[in-house]
Design a protein around this ligand. Structure first.
Ligand code: CDP
Length: 211
């Protein structure tokens, strides 16, 4: 049985943690597709380029390889903000599509999280979940995450970052952040990580049983 699970949602909604735990549960590989956009932005800036330079950003997207994704520098708020700028470029999205689809089509399936997995990358996914949480809950979680790594951040800056990125991600014309019409919805505002995982597993089992 091939099981492709698409987890989408706005910044810091908890989709990455959920995707990782779902993948572990089913013994499937997991791809955090946000890392691809973060790495493209990193590479553009490292080469001295501008984030909105289509030719440079596309060239970087074409040369992204999985090995360069395991980079702690990709996890910061600046990397996320820069990612959302290159993510608006259709040529960048197209260049990253084959890699994501090949990952999804592995034997047995895969779990992918992002913004357009259920709508564009894997419209055929057996299970699609769109994860949300209030702005305040998302900023609080991200704040605790960064503080835990000893990073110098403020709640207000993280909240502003999340709102700016959400607006960019939903407002762009190329593959905007959107729940697929057949996505299951999960609001994690009032849930801790374990409760969110239990809730998403209930939804997934219902969907699998009904399909
Ligand atoms: O972890 P967080 O939700 O903060 O962000 P991320 O998933 O790492 O994504 C960083 C940025 O990459 C997003 O704000 C989007 O602009 C872009 N992205 C995208 O356009 N499509 C995806 N499938 C994944 C990420």
């Amino acid at each position: 049985m091939t099981l492709i699970i698409a987890i989408d949602g706005p910044a810091a909604s908890g989709k990455g943690t959920l995707a990782r735990r779902i993948a572990m549960h089913f013994g499937l590989p997991w791809l955090d597709t946000g890392l691809l956009y973060r790495a493209v932005a990193r590479d553009v800036l490292a080469g001295g380029g501008n984030l909105d330079d289509v030719a440079v950003a596309e060239a970087m997207a074409r040369s992204i390889v999985a090995g360069t994704l395991d980079d702690p520098a990709l996890r910061g708020p600046q990397a996320g903000d820069a990612a959302s700028i290159v993510a608006k470029i259709p040529e960048v999205r197209a260049a990253l599509l084959d890699y994501q689809r090949a990952f999804a089509l592995q034997d047995g399936g895969a779990v992918l999280d992002g913004r357009d997995i259920g709508t564009v990358v894997c419209p055929q996914a057996r299970v699609k979940v769109f994860v949300t949480a209030s702005d305040a809950a998302r900023a609080r979680r991200r704040f605790l995450e960064h503080m835990g790594r000893g990073e110098d951040v403020t709640y207000d800056n993280l909240l502003a970052d999340i709102r700016r990125r959400d607006a960019r991600d939903s407002g762009r014309s190329a593959a905007p952040m959107l729940a697929a019409s057949d996505a299951l919805h999960l609001d994690t505002t009032e849930l801790d990580a374990d409760q969110a995982f239990e809730a998403v597993m209930r939804l997934i089992h219902e969907r699998i049983a009904g399909s």
